[in-house]
Design a protein. Structure first.
Length: 513
């Protein structure tokens, strides 16, 4: 189903020898479910007889000869009867192929649910950062009938499948295959081989086999139906007998493998959680580090700015100091000149008598000197006021420098404190000694009936899809399914109904169809 094998056989090779070679190659031990299928010379699908030579049967004379390894008989309960993972995978692939090819009728809402399990089997858990929109665009997940019956595009179908896929988080791929089969086994056409037949009235029917008379257009079909009846009967009895040693061993091995997978899953989840926690802690530390680095840069910038202002103030203070010294020197010079002027005045007074003749010139000179002295005094007063202003500016600068120093120390200390032909009749009596009258299958419930939450989800999805459904494209199977749902019938209720009454009543009912 997902691989091709090529074998060289001799003219004397029997079907059993070829079958054994195949199951040995693929490592399959639950061989009683399977058979080899081929197309005969007239194009009909036929099961290879294992007790006869391959070349002696009605196979096509071609090389290579195409033979399919397929499930011939189906279990009543896949969860209980399919033991090996290899067997489960083969059934999963065949049932999935039958549903997608519409050989097994599947309602739209159930098809979406099955598609989600198929996606889980292939892709594993849904991851938003890995499974981007369009990740299902290359996968065939729904029957073409369902796509044509609804006015939905690929993105809308993908969104509906994705919703279910997200809910399967934590489900192993092997368990997803089993869940797929558990849902599929409740479908009406699951595990049923249909044959086109006629009853005595000539009505064309599709046969679901039981022990009564029917007519088929080809003799070979009668024998084929009889062989399937006998095989299903043998498998029915096998289920109701105690398990053989081989089956018990396989079940024990399967349980061990399942337990091992669960332990590995738990360990993987634990390691995954630890890694996620470590990544979160690392991200937190990195974020805090970046925040601290940012704050440190901010403090450094503020410090540089404060230092720049301090340097500017120091430069200004030096300039003022130079100006003060210059003013002081100028004041001293003026003071000397003033004293000299006073001395000159005294000398002039002493010489007043002797210089009376030059009194007018002297008066003019004295007036000039007095004016000069007043200018000197004015400059002296200005110098004193300038000196007071310089002293006051220096005191303010020293005080501001001390305040800035204390602010920077407090800021730095605060930062350090934060841390998946002719007609003829054929009949056979299917009996078995000591037959167990176990009809537990009549009391079974569908998977949806067991799971109330699943039933609600399927009902909601069915209602949603009904609004986009094109009823003009309904197939006969769709109409039959709708009638069964409306009447509240499923495959297990039908089984109980057809077993009611005696054989004559069932034959009369069949002949009246």
């Amino acid at each position: 189903m997902d691989a091709e094998l090529e074998f060289a056989i001799l003219p004397s090779t029997t079907g059993k020898q070829l079958f054994d070679q195949i199951v040995k190659t693929i490592g399959l031990r639950e061989t009683w479910f399977f058979g080899l299928q081929y197309q005969d010379s007239k194009g009909f699908s036929t099961w290879l007889k294992l007790n006869k030579r391959v070349t002696a049967q009605d196979v096509r004379r071609e090389n290579p000869l195409l033979i399919k390894f397929r499930a011939k008989f189906y279990p009543e309960d896949v969860a209980e009867e399919l033991i090996q993972e290899a067997t489960q995978r083969l059934f999963f692939l065949q049932v999935k192929e039958g549903i997608l090819n519409d050989d097994i009728y599947c309602p739209p809402e159930t098809a979406v649910l099955l598609a989600s399990y198929s996606v889980q089997t292939k892709h594993g858990d849904y991851k938003k950062d890995y499974h981007f929109p369009g990740y299902l665009s290359r996968d065939k997940l729904l029957p073409q009938r369902v796509l044509e019956q609804h006015k939905l595009n690929k993105e809308q179908w993908e969104n509906r499948i994705k919703v279910w896929h997200e809910e399967h988080k934590g489900v192993l791929r092997e368990d997803a295959m089993v869940e797929y089969l558990k849902i599929a086994q409740d479908l009406e056409m699951y595990g049923v081989n249909y044959f086109s037949i006629k009853n005595k009235k000539g009505s064309e029917l599709w046969l679901g086999v039981d022990d009564f008379v029917f007519y088929a257009p080809r003799l070979r079909i009668n024998k084929r139906i009889l062989a399937l009846c006998m095989g299903n009967h043998d498998l029915y009895m096998r289920r109701r007998k105690p398990d053989t040693i081989e089956v018990q061993q396989m079940k024990a091995q399967a349980r061990e493998e399942k337990t091992k997978r669960q332990m590995e899953k738990a360990l993987l989840e634990s390691e995954k959680k630890k890694r996620e926690n470590a990544e979160k802690e690392t991200e937190k530390i990195a974020r805090e580090t970046m925040e601290l680095i940012g704050r440190l840069k901010q403090i450094e910038e503020e410090t540089k700015k404060a230092q720049k202002e301090l340097d500017e103030r120091s430069r200004r203070a030096l300039e003022l100091e130079k100006e003060r010294k210059f003013a002081q020197e100028e004041a001293e010079r003026l003071e000397k000149e003033r004293r000299a002027a006073e001395d000159a005045k005294a000398a002039l007074l002493q010489q007043s008598e002797s210089q009376m003749k030059n009194q007018e010139n002297l008066a003019t000179e004295l007036t000039s000197k007095i004016s000069l002295l007043e200018d000197v005094k004015q400059k002296d007063d200005d110098t004193k006021r300038w000196q007071k202003r310089v002293d006051l500016d220096r005191a303010i600068e020293v005080l501001n420098a001390k305040v800035i120093s204390v602010h920077i120390q407090d800021s730095v200390q605060g930062d350090h404190d934060e841390t998946d032909e002719s007609s003829a009749e054929a009949s056979a009596e299917l009996t078995s000694p000591g037959m167990v009258r176990d009809r537990s299958e009549e009391e079974r419930m569908t998977e949806a009936q067991k799971n109330e939450r699943l039933q609600k989800h399927l009902k909601a999805l069915s209602t949603e899809l009904a609004s986009a459904r094109d009823d003009s494209k309904n197939t006969p199977n769709d109409l039959i399914h709708a009638e069964n749902v409306k009447a509240g019938r499923d495959k297990y209720r039908t089984l109980r109904q057809i077993r009611q009454g005696n054989t004559k009543q069932r034959i009369d009912e069949f002949e009246s169809m």
